[in-house]
Design a protein around this ligand. Structure first.
Ligand code: MN
Length: 193
């Protein structure tokens, strides 16, 4: 069984304001993520998944014809836990050289990331990943997650509407800018690199 306490928020709920409000963090972490955990616990009880680590549940359920709901909830638990680690208060817009160099400069990285995140149609995620030896950006839809494609996530932005609607309504571009310039925990990205 999984609990929200296993995935503690690495900042106070109001610490990202005004770029992400305490309301948004409260609903997103305390309601949306908690619901994915509750659903996952219900779905795996009494199944072969019940005692597996989260990553194993994700990897095994994605190829299980009857595992779609388990995959969706397990992957969303992982995606959200990863996402909240990607955020920190007081971030600057500085892009680490290793990332900037891979995209032809810091401004180009931001421009490419923003373009990718704006292009997510419906619900999904924009990721900076390591694919082989290369850094690149990928989008995933709904609960889809890089690990099932053999690529390593380094950074992600949740672009489901629930991630930004309370603060930005339909203005996804402003949310992406706020993320790129004020909220990225590059120490976390560095740990993944
Ligand atoms: Mn979300």
């Amino acid at each position: 069984m999984f609990t929200l306490d296993q995935f503690p928020l690495p900042f106070a709920p109001d610490a990202l304001a005004p770029y992400m409000s305490a309301d948004t963090v409260g609903y997103h972490y305390g309601r949306h993520m908690a619901t994915y955990i509750d659903n996952l616990n219900k779905l795996i009880t009494g199944t072969k998944y019940e005692h597996l680590p989260l990553a194993d549940i994700i990897i095994q359920s994605v190829v299980d014809g009857r595992g779609q709901k388990i995959f969706n909830n397990a992957a969303q638990v992982f995606n959200h836990a990863f996402f909240f680690q990607c955020l920190r208060p007081g971030a600057t817009g500085d892009i680490p050289m290793r990332v900037a160099d891979a995209f032809g400069g810091a401004a180009q990285f931001k421009s490419d990331f923003k373009e990718a995140a704006l292009a997510v149609f419906g619900s999904g995620w924009t990721w900076l990943v390591r694919d082989g030896g290369k850094l690149r950006l990928v989008n995933t839809s709904n609960a889809d997650t890089p690990m099932v494609h053999g690529i390593q996530p380094l950074l992600t932005l949740d672009v489901w509407e629930h991630a930004y609607y309370l603060d930005y309504q339909n203005r996804r571009a402003e949310y992406i800018d706020a993320f790129l310039n004020h909220m990225i925990n590059w120490d976390w990205v560095g740990q993944n690199l």
